[in-house]
Design a protein around this ligand. Sequence first.
Ligand code: ADP
Ligand code: MG
Length: 688
Amino acid sequence: MHNLSDPIISINGLGPKAQEKLNNIGIYNLEHLLFHLPLRYQNKTKFTSLDDAQVGTEILVQLTIDRLEEVATRQRQLLCYLSDENNRTLLLRFFHFNQYHKQQLVRGDIIQCFGEVKIGRDGLEIHHPEYRLISKGQSNLLETTLSPVYPLTGNIHQAQLKKWINTALETLKKTSLSDNFENLAKNSMPSLKQALETLHHPKEGENLDQIAEFRHISQQRLIIEELCAHQLSLLKLKHERKSKISNIFKISKSLPKQLSKNIGFELTGAQQRCIDEINLDLSSCHPMLRLLQGDVGSGKTIVAVFACLQAVENGFQAAVMAPTEILASQHLHGFSNYFEPLGIEVAFLTGSQNTAERAQQLNAIQSGKAQVVIGTHALFQESVEFNQLGLVVIDEQHKFGVHQRLSLAQKAHNTPHQLVMTATPIPRSLTMSAYADLDSSIIDELPPGRTPVKTIALSNERKDEVVEKIKQVCKDSNQVYWVCTLIEESEVLRAESATNTHQYLQESLPTLIVVLIHGRMNKDEKSEIMKKFSKGEIDVLVATTVIEVGVNVPNASLMVIENSERLGLAQLHQLRGRVGRGADASICILMYQTPLSANATERLDILRQTNDGFKIANKDLKLRGPGEILGTQQTGIANMKIANIVRDGYLLKQVRFYSEQFLKLDEGKQYALIMRWVSDDKTQYANT
Ligand code: ADP
Ligand code: MG
């Protein structure tokens, strides 16, 4: 007699090798086996008559063996002809077989088979069926409930896994599962025990279509519970953070006032609101962790600059981390423009600096001479020591993992305040499920005077027209980006394709200055080119996707994206966001190679229809799923046991309702829920 808390190794026939495999997917005890839910089901609850057999479906039949034949075509095959009492026939075809099979299948014997029906030259066939020889006294294939098909791991067989899970289900019958959700749901949903039993072995008559669509009440119940658990675990993280102590910034008005005079534009209402929300956090004694969302071009940078000023006024350092060198050096220029007039010292740190440069910067950072530090990942390497780090700003956060974020935060004596910026607006359902531990501010208003970018899709054959358009744009002394998006594993090939395009454009546009930039150039070269482009000394910039994020040259008004069908929505939206930053009407031309897949057509259509990053993000979520959007390091929500936030978005209201109910229960009950659903992995990062 087992207990649900017994380790799986206590199950008969489950050895150390299988134990290891199952441990790898988070299954340590019998209870964990219960939550390893079927992918789908097979129906072996009744025999199907050959008259009713539908090609492409799985059927169970009981027939008589007529004869056996071995044929040698290209591949040796064993054919076993069966028939029923009305002489309707079925052929079993085996591609792998041995002597034993041949001896077993005896003419005149009764056989039961289960498998998918195919149509062959002479009628119905099943290949490699599961079968039992009834005349030889083998057990019946007929079952009383639907048979689950489990996701497999390692080389564990379906039959083994089924047996082990059944052991757990037997144990469940005799015990009870503590289940706090049950009390909250007050009988409006099945109990955990009932739900698990139903999903492992749905009785005949259960609505299988509903189950296939994950809309069965037993599934809904588990989905809501799992999402609740995730949300609760994030809320705990938030709570933990709010119990930590950070530096209180006294909100100052003097530097911000001076800055406001220098920037040359009025902040939008949305920017001001975000600055206020941030200031409120900074002036509290608990560490800020705030997500600043805003569409491309909405003006996030200046909001971050205001936050940095508060750190500086309070005698702390601010670190600004960007995902690429280009973006980091652009921030260096952008921030320096604002800071220099105010007498604020800025340091710069990237991976490609030489030893002397680096030493000098490290020194300034350690001594505290540098008040604002801008850089790439290089900022959180071990050798970097800050004097008084008080604020961390992370730009384009989707490029960084949770761990990278944390390691920068650890460089401070007190937990620093953190501002996380993202240009990819995040759908609400994702924010709720993946970022519930962060507070969030949204810039939902673009600076005035912007004309929306007009987006056109053109096939590659119309390159000539694009070249004409470039001439026109440059005649009006605007500038052009031409992005080459060849998706190659190697930077070498990418650079090569960009080089070819560069040559083509130089030849087609002899009077214009066409310059190439790609990831294989060294950083001085790259920043030199970007500087020239910013100053308007380059007409057409041919680039690989290195310019994807953040680059800001308002005079550029045409963006051409080659092979746009190969890029994801978020990336295309980012690229397009490089234009439309000035007052001039801008155009984005999406060039594509025919024929377009249905999915690619849909992506390009969406971009043509809207400039709204939130709408695009929602579509993207549907097309790609949360895992792709957030990146795997970001969150565990991509590998949940049963829930899927895209498919199950309609349940979020209930999730919120029950999460609130859970928060009213005692801590032990809350942790019990989290432990049951949220994998070890994630509870660990709660402690980092
Ligand atoms: P993003 O949100 O994409 O990071 P940026 O911060 O780079 O956007 O801002 C885009 C451009 O808009 C910059 O040229 C910036 O100077 C300008 N800008 C920002 N805020 C305003 C504003 N309130 N009014 C006018 N221009 C603004
Ligand atoms: Mg930006």
